[in-house]
Design a protein around this ligand. Structure first.
Ligand code: FAD
Length: 283
């Protein structure tokens, strides 16, 4: 961890675009509270597989920016979109004063995928750099525990290096509960000559069955001791939340103390779990 120490720590929170008006109201409430308490560097809003939330992501991004005054980074994935569609979205964001994009290949949508001009995130990064110069700060995704579709960890690291060299400014990791995997990944990135901030993605623990299901889909490991501990709480939701807040806080404490350049909270449109961790950290 040579380079990560030098940077000002940066905090951010991630949301998904709600499907209903009520969901949007709840999101505004959460964004408002998180803005007041954390004052994050930016909020980010996810993009549905294959461009399925193109409009709702755009609406959430522009409304959160207006209502909080905070920078907002839309996620943008290239799978299922043509160059023309991506250009239209990027132009709209540029016109709205958006300066940061989380640049992704994206999850494969279920069913038929429409024609894609790009197959990997590095191609989208290059395309944005070629067409928008340095207007956008580009974030990319990193996988300390290796991307689930990667052939092996070495190739996955090479592919990560490739997208950083294409012009990414910083990275946000998939969530993990094993901090050694993060530091090992960062060390290998440094050995490969990278010096961009790699911000750990933090998933608060509030519900075991949802977490287990999601983790098996995205390839994040829940270590056996943690799995057994959470299973033992069964449907005692309050205990899961209490233990989750305590455990994730101690993980964040260690990450920051050992030089992580900040934290990106997967806030899931709620403020409570993120705030508990934030308040415990006493930053
Ligand atoms: P890539 O970097 O393209 O990597 C995908 C796979 O291809 C990896 O196995 C990699 O090793 C391999 N690879 C990469 N480049 C090449 C190449 N040039 N040649 C051959 N192989 C290559 N998903 C969504 O749908 N919407 C979101 O909003 C969203 N937000 C996310 C935010 C964060 C911070 C993270 C960590 C993930 C997010 N995801 C999102 C999930 C992400 O889209 C999936 O993990 C997806 O499967 C990979 O996207 P990527 O950008 O990392 O892809």
């Amino acid at each position: 961890m040579k380079t990560q120490h030098k940077l000002k720590q940066q905090f951010s929170c991630e949301f998904f675009p709600p499907k209903t008006e009520k969901g949007m109201d709840n999101l505004f409430k959460a964004a408002d509270i998180l803005k007041k308490e954390i004052n994050p560097e930016f909020f980010s809003v996810t993009f549905g597989a294959g461009g399925s939330t193109r409009e709702t992501t755009f609406n959430a991004v522009t409304k959160i920016k207006q209502s909080t005054g905070c920078d907002v980074a839309p996620h943008l994935s290239c799978i299922g979109s043509s160059k023309e569609q991506l250009t239209e979205i990027l132009d709209d964001y540029k016109n709205q004063g958006i300066k940061r994009i989380v640049t992704l290949r994206g999850d494969m949508p279920s069913g038929t995928v429409s024609q894609s001009d790009f197959n990997h995130a590095n191609e989208l990064v290059s395309f944005i750099r070629e067409n928008y110069n340095n207007h956008f700060h580009l974030e990319v995704a990193a996988y300390p525990e290796t991307h689930p579709q990667a052939e092996n960890a070495t190739q996955d690291l090479q592919n990560f290096v490739r997208k950083v060299n294409a012009g990414a400014n910083s990275a946000i990791t998939q969530y993990f509960y094993n901090i050694d995997s993060y530091f090992y990944f960062v060390e290998n990135c440094e050995k490969a000559g990278l010096d961009i901030p790699i911000v750990p993605g933090i998933m608060p623990i509030t519900n075991y069955s949802n977490l287990a299901r999601f983790s098996s889909m995205c390839g994040a490991e829940i270590p056996q001791w943690l799995r057994r501990k959470l299973e033992a709480y069964s449907d005692d939701v309050d205990s899961i939340k209490d233990f989750g807040a305590e455990f994730v806080t101690s993980m964040c404490d260690k990450l920051l103390e050992m030089g992580a350049p900040g934290l990106h909270f997967y806030s899931m449109n709620q403020s409570e779990a993120t705030l508990r961790i934030w308040n415990n950290l006493k930053l």
